[in-house]
Design a binder for this molecule. Structure first.
Ligand code: HEC
Ligand code: HEC
Ligand code: HEC
Length: 132
């Protein structure tokens, strides 16, 4: 007769080996999420590395912010944005956002490619000049 515990142990080891590749695959996403790079000359100069509003706000609301900026400039002729901290910014995609985020490819594009959005802004607005 077999010892019951050896059979059970065998089954446990077998299941472990058989399911390992499946569990391993679930554990890692096929494409790692991007980590937007902020190492641009303009941002390096900043004592405090902060965006116009908080990071979490920018992450989820930057498209809305840009829409509002455009309406404000084009419809109301108002070009000054006052942040919640009370700082003033020129409401400009090229001269404000892209001055700090001059690494468009490693910043905006990488994130947009990941979520498969392709803003059409660059049909008219000028992208920063970059290597490669
Ligand atoms: C004065 C420089 C500066 C300006 C101007 C600026 N940013 Fe930022 N931005 C930063 C810095 C620095 C961070 C990183 C903030 C942090 O880590 O807390 C950041 C973070 C972000 C993030 C979040 C990235 C992430 O990792 O989730 C987005 C999105 C963003 N900016 C978009 C914009 C847009 C769009 C504009 C124009 C409306 C803009 N930024 C203008 C400096 C700037
Ligand atoms: C942390 C990731 C991330 C970064 C960095 C980022 N974006 Fe986005 N952006 C998104 C996501 C996600 C959406 C789509 C939101 C949706 O579909 O509602 C989006 C949408 C947009 C849209 C609206 C496009 C459309 O067709 O609806 C604009 C405009 C835009 N981003 C501009 C920028 C600019 C300019 C930068 C660089 C300064 C930037 N974004 C950086 C994540 C990012
Ligand atoms: C068909 C051409 C065109 C497209 C596409 C376009 N814009 Fe504009 N945009 C303009 C023009 C023209 C102005 C007015 C420039 C001015 O008055 O300084 C403007 C002004 C703006 C402004 C305020 C002024 C400035 O210098 O930035 C913002 C912000 C802006 N657009 C954002 C966007 C965003 C975000 C997108 C993409 C979702 C976009 N635009 C797509 C033509 C375009």
């Amino acid at each position: 007769m077999y010892d019951g515990w050896k059979v059970i142990l065998g089954i446990i080891i077998f299941l472990g080996i058989a399911t390992f590749p499946i569990l391993y695959d679930i554990g890692k996403a096929s494409v790692p999420p991007p980590e937007p790079k902020i190492d641009t000359p303009e941002i390096q100069k900043m004592a405090e590395k902060k965006c116009i509003e908080s990071k979490s706000f920018m992450k989820t609301e930057h498209m809305v912010m840009l829409d509002n900026w455009r309406d404000s400039v084009v419809r109301e002729g108002n070009r000054i944005y006052i942040s919640t901290e009370g700082k003033e910014y020129d409401m400009s995609l090229q001269n404000t956002c892209m001055k700090c985020h001059s690494n468009k490819k490693k910043f905006c594009d990488e994130c947009h490619n990941y979520v498969a959005v392709k803003p059409y802004c660059w049909d008219c607005h000028i992208e920063p000049k970059e290597e490669g």
